[in-house]
Ligand binder design. Structure first.
Ligand code: XIL
Length: 375
């Protein structure tokens, strides 16, 4: 009897505690929930993630992000390896992933000098093709790819990295053959293939004043011709002490001033020393490995980690301050181990550039962003 009474009293108090005083566990606010009225929060994904093989990353992607872009599989060397052959296997997987998870899907990238299919601008002898042939190839490339994903891919990086840091046109093969005309042509072809898709110009080192001016000139020219351009993508491959927030902000405002929106499209921030201040994100830049420039192979020291989180937070504060002109912020990779910065511009370093660490855990900045966005 005695035991029965004790049991009954314990049960009653447990039930009461459950009904009244026990503090309910706080609902976890995720990054995408916190930012939902501000801008899209996106991530670049690789093929293991799109195919669902990297389950730890997939969990992070689905929980925290509402937009995706393909890190590599839509670049011309992958998707259009020979003039008469497209390979859509990986790109289809990527688009399926985005749709299954109800995400805003961006296509990256239609015309770019890098990771360019070797056949694209030359004939069988390796000589540049004529302007007419190149136009036809560009048209075919853009119409086929944009057409295939019409209505599913909502926005395209039509043109990637056409302007040099000094504001002049990059002397790419496209430029050598067609002059500056290849840029409006690309926008025209993309619009023909999917009139509802948003179209973007995307580039790095956008905080350089000369580059800023060059890109503003280009956007104005496109608009003067009546071509569709919805946003400028600022890649945002940051260094720990460069560029300044002030110069970055000036560029955001200068682009918005032309009447387009602004997106941060490839955000990451190296935690490593950069003896190469001005490479921006020039993919061809390559420096020899030395231990001196790979100082943290086993983890970031606490004060470095704090400085990294604070600076990343400062950038997000800037984005939130200008949420009216920013439509999307996309990070260039899920967790630190995925980042291209472990192999660029120096092969084989251990870097810490993303919002999630090697164990797929959020870094302190994630909560800082959530707090800032919801206060
Ligand atoms: C990078 C990828 O992350 C790497 O995996 C690849 O080896 C090289 O390209 N600017 C861009 C991106 O527009 O497409 C680049 O992505 C990084 C710089």
């Amino acid at each position: 009897m005695k035991y029965r009474t004790i049991f009954a009293v314990m049960l009653a108090s447990l039930l009461l505690a459950g009904c009244h005083s026990a503090p309910k566990q706080e609902e976890k606010i995720t990054l995408k929930d916190a930012l939902k009225d501000k801008f899209l929060i996106g991530v670049a994904i690789n093929t293991d993630q799109a195919a669902g093989r990297d389950t730890a990353s997939v969990r992070v992607i689905v929980e925290n992000f509402n937009a995706v872009v393909a890190e590599n599989c839509m670049k011309s060397e992958v998707i259009h390896p020979e003039e008469d052959r497209y390979d859509f296997i990986l790109a289809d997987q990527f688009v399926d992933f985005g749709e299954r998870n109800d995400m805003y899907i961006t296509g990256h990238t239609l015309i770019w000098h890098s990771q360019l299919s070797p056949w694209f601008c030359v004939d069988e002898e390796g000589n540049n093709v004529s302007p007419e042939v190149l136009k036809e190839r560009m048209q075919n490339h853009i119409h086929t790819i944009v057409g295939r994903y019409k209505g599913r891919i909502k926005g395209w990086d039509v043109m990637n990295e056409a302007i040099e840091d000094d504001g002049s046109y990059r002397q790419s093969k496209f430029y050598q053959i067609l002059g500056e005309e290849y840029i409006p042509l690309a926008f025209q072809y993309a619009h023909e293939a999917d009139p509802d898709a948003e179209l973007y110009y995307n580039d790095y080192s956008m905080a350089h004043p000369e580059k800023r001016e060059g890109v503003v000139r280009l956007v104005n020219q496109l608009k003067e011709r009546g071509l569709r351009i919805d946003a400028v993508g600022i890649q945002g491959h940051l260094q720990k002490d460069f560029p300044t927030l002030e110069e970055f902000e000036k560029s955001m405002l200068a682009f918005a001033e032309t009447g387009v929106k602004v997106m941060i499209t490839e955000l990451d921030m190296t935690a490593l020393p950069s003896p190469f201040r001005n490479v921006g994100a020039e993919v061809s830049a390559n420096f020899e490995y030395t231990q001196e420039i790979d100082p943290y192979p086993h983890g970031l020291p606490a004060e470095m980690d704090k400085a990294w989180n604070d600076r990343m937070n400062d950038f997000f504060k800037l984005f939130l301050k200008h949420a009216d002109i920013i439509t999307r912020v996309t990070v260039w990779g899920v967790a630190d181990e995925d980042s291209w910065r472990n192999y660029w511009p120096v092969e084989g370093r251990t870097d810490y550039p993303l919002l999630f660490d090697r164990d797929h855990q959020p870094k302190p900045v994630v909560n800082m962003i959530i707090e800032e966005a919801t206060k």
